[in-house]
Design a binder for this molecule. Structure first.
Ligand code: PMP
Ligand code: GLU
Length: 398
């Protein structure tokens, strides 16, 4: 059957493709350790499940307003007020079917053909594709591992043209786990003051998952005057272990949110009604349910960082947030495993899957050739065994 040129040009999500491949291998009885999925291994905390059960029993099984129920919007308002110190009204909040869906709606609402979007690299795989789908042009701005991957103001400035429409911030970052310090954000705010036409799309989905007692600051908290050109995106998947519920939200200027809502009214309508009820409980519980998971992630971060740092040929920056670690494997490229040349990170990831039976995501789809990403949202035993397998397979390269 015919497939449109528009859809035929869309590459599938690399992260989801590798996770699916690892799951299939496991289902086929192959002993694969998967570091591929950016998905907490925890079950959604019990009080959130209970809120969903109660909501179902009370008949929360119908359409809600397109942009989310009044109860969910009120919970988002309370949560953002508490965390960012900015008050958003109902008309400035829209709930969608996951933060990915919020971002998709944002790019379609924001971009005209040829509009450029600055994307600090390494970046989450879906940003450039979503920008392109919406007719925009992704412009990547690389950061250096030695600067914790945060691009310099000079690098951002050099990427600006008269078509620059937006910049995406992802703080903490998928795939690096790095985040921008308050000083770096102040510098960004001053730079944005010189570029009044640039909108900020801030994807804060990992903002609760920051370690060593540190906190990720939202740019808007430092520069509330940016509010009229700022869209804040967050969700439930990561901090609340709710990937399957498909719920996320965006906060922004009322006319922009109204336009997003029109778009959503013609596609998905409201996000799942039961998930919304669960989301209210999640936001109000906040740290009470997040803290134990955060503590586990920090312990696993320490474990995997120690193990990977000991592997010759890998250069590893200690991540400060999210649940990813992003080793630089360029010292290994060009080496051989038998007849096979490990020419790049794509071949390296294939080699690790076949030889070590370990699934990782290559760096290229994140805009960082030579690197690879591991998600440590898995058990200590998997981390220990998986890293031992990686070490053994990499030791064979000559
Ligand atoms: N942004 C980033 C950086 C992510 O890693 C993810 C993970 N899927 C999302 C957005 C989307 O999350 P979800 O759609 O599950 O809310
Ligand atoms: N965001 C997660 C990841 O990067 C989940 C998969 C996806 O939606 O890309 O692995």
């Amino acid at each position: 059957m015919k497939i449109s040129r528009f859809v035929a040009a869309i590459p599938g999500s690399a992260t989801l493709a590798i996770s699916a491949k690892a799951s299939k291998m496991k289902a086929d009885g192959i002993d694969v350790i998967s570091f591929s999925a950016g998905e907490p291994d925890f079950i959604t905390p019990e009080p959130i499940l209970e809120a969903a059960r109660v909501a179902m029993a009370k008949g929360a099984t119908k359409y809600t307003p397109v942009g989310g129920s009044a109860g969910l919007k009120a919970a988002v308002r309370r949560y953002i007020s508490r965390r960012v110190g900015v008050e958003y009204g109902d008309k400035e909040i829209i709930a969608s079917c996951g933060a990915k869906h919020s971002l998709y709606n944002i790019f379609f609402t924001l971009l005209d053909p040829g509009d450029e979007v600055l994307i600090p690299a390494p970046f989450w795989v879906s940003y450039p594709t979503q920008v392109e789908m919406a007719g925009g042009v992704p412009v990547t701005v690389p950061g250096l591992a030695s600067d914790e991957f945060v691009p310099s103001i000079d690098a951002l400035e050099a990427a600006v043209t008269d078509r620059t429409t937006a910049i995406i911030l992802n703080n903490p970052s998928n795939p690096t786990g790095a985040f921008w310090s308050a000083d770096q954000l102040r510098a960004i705010a001053a730079w944005l003051d010189r570029h009044p036409g640039i909108t900020v799309v801030s994807d804060s989905i990992y903002d609760e998952l920051v370690y060593d007692g540190r906190e990720a600051t939202e740019l808007l908290a430092i520069a509330p005057h940016l509010r009229d050109r700022y869209v804040l995106v967050n969700g439930f998947s990561k901090a609340f272990a709710m990937t399957g519920w498909r719920l996320g939200y965006a906060c922004g200027p009322a006319p922009f949110v109204a336009a997003m809502e029109n778009l959503q009214s013609q596609s998905t309508s409201n996000p799942n009604s039961v998930a919304q009820a669960a989301g209210i409980a999640a936001l109000d519980l906040g740290d009470a349910v997040i803290a134990p998971m955060r503590a586990s992630f920090q312990r696993r971060r320490d474990l995997i960082y120690g193990l990977l740092s000991d592997i010759p040929g890998l250069e590893v920056v200690k991540p400060q947030g999210a649940f990813y670690i992003f080793p630089d494997a360029t010292p290994l490229l060009g080496k051989r495993a038998g007849d096979r040349v490990i020419a790049d990170d794509m071949v390296l990831a294939e080699y690790l899957l076949e030889d070590a039976r370990v699934a990782v995501v290559p760096g290229t789809p994140f805009g960082a050739p030579g690197f690879f990403r591991l998600s440590y949202a898995c058990s200590d035993a998997e981390i220990t065994e998986g890293c031992a397998r990686i070490a053994a397979s990499l030791a064979k390269l000559a």
